[in-house]
Design a protein around this ligand. Structure first.
Ligand SMILES: [Cu+2]
Length: 340
């Protein structure tokens, strides 16, 4: 009996050793559940020549309560300085994406999104009201260039442009204006109003069961939009690791560090004394967030190369300029389908 168990252990050990050595010189592979990053990460992978991928993502992000700097503060504090404070802002985003690789080195990407935002408010007089905005956001086109894929590592760079197809003229009625509509503050606008550059550099590494990825990303904005302002540049460093539980399931953990610059200029139609979101002093921050998620991957059968990903993320810290709504939970779901 004992010998029998030893034999099984020896066989298992030999088998896993053989797998390890066989993979040692192999390429980084997308054909495993953790072959894609956590679903909240964009531009994390490339495709082989002639491959096409369609994706749909849904993101829910909630903001609630206010921070002054890095500390949670009261609405009463916000209302000493402003007539109105937001109390909550849930946001939903539908994202449709397509990828196509004209060669093994280059993958092209396009992404469109539809956004719905609501903002609940509290006035100095104790009144409450909600504004709403929705519409198609800015459209992103990008090219990813793969520098190398060897020894289970990949390095690729993304160069892209965000085209200002999203509205920056969203209006809604507020108690002071009703029944007329007035322009909504910066966070409620759907688009940036400027052509923005998006650059990213991604490094990926795989082991037998584990994988790791890191991505540096920046959104650089130039000029000013038709409403005399431009949103702040964005910088982020995203790191993730994933564990492949089975051929079709992996679990991931992710930590992002980021910074958003202050808004430059100001929309003259907004009164910065009115509400904290209309004052550009209350824009820009440094932050960190962490997410846990899983990827499902159909590795064979009629649904081969269909993926489903989920991630839930929470902020670790957020240090705001001035006084701003706090980010709470972010949930991301996504379906991806690749074919040749
Ligand atoms: Cu893809």
């Amino acid at each position: 009996m004992k010998n029998y168990i030893y034999a099984i252990i020896l066989m298992a050990a030999t088998f896993s050793y053989a797998q390890e050595t066989e993979d040692a010189t192999a390429k980084w592979s997308g054909s495993r559940p953790d072959g894609h990053a956590p679903i909240s990460v964009m531009g994390d992978h490339t495709h082989g020549k002639g491959e096409i991928m369609f994706s749909y993502r849904f993101m829910y992000m909630n903001m609630e309560d206010v921070n002054r700097g890095s500390e949670n503060t009261s609405f009463a504090d916000a209302l000493t300085q402003y007539m109105v404070t937001p109390t909550r802002m849930p946001m939903q985003m539908h994202m449709l994406g397509a990828m196509y690789a004209p060669s093994d080195k280059i993958t092209l990407m396009v992404m469109a999104n539809y956004l719905t935002s609501e903002m609940d408010h509290l006035t100095r007089m104790g009144g409450t009201f909600t504004t709403e905005a929705s519409g198609f956001g800015d459209t992103k086109v990008a090219a990813i260039y793969k520098f190398f894929n060897k020894d289970k590592q990949q390095l690729h760079a993304q160069v892209g442009v965000s085209i200002p197809t999203g509205s920056i003229d969203e209006q809604d009625a507020i108690p002071a204006s009703a029944p007329n509509e007035v322009i909504l503050p910066y966070p409620m606008q759907i688009g940036s109003g400027t052509f923005d550059g998006e650059l990213a550099l991604t490094y990926l590494k795989q082991w037998n069961k584990w994988s790791f990825g890191t991505q540096a990303r920046t959104t650089l904005r130039f000029g000013t939009n038709d409403n005399d302002y431009r949103l702040g540049n964005r910088y982020s460093l995203n790191n993730w690791t994933a564990f492949t539980a089975t051929k079709w399931l992996s679990f991931s953990g992710r930590v992002e560090l980021g910074a958003i610059d202050r808004i430059e200029g100001a929309n003259p139609a907004l009164n910065p004394m009115m509400v904290i979101t209309a004052d550009t002093q209350n824009s820009g921050m440094t932050y960190a967030n962490a997410g846990l998620g899983f990827n499902l991957y159909a590795f064979k059968g009629s649904l081969k190369n269909l993926r489903f990903g989920f991630e839930a993320a929470l902020p670790l810290f957020q240090n705001m300029n001035g006084i701003q709504l706090r980010t709470k939970e972010t949930l991301t779901f996504g379906l991806q389908y690749a074919f040749k």
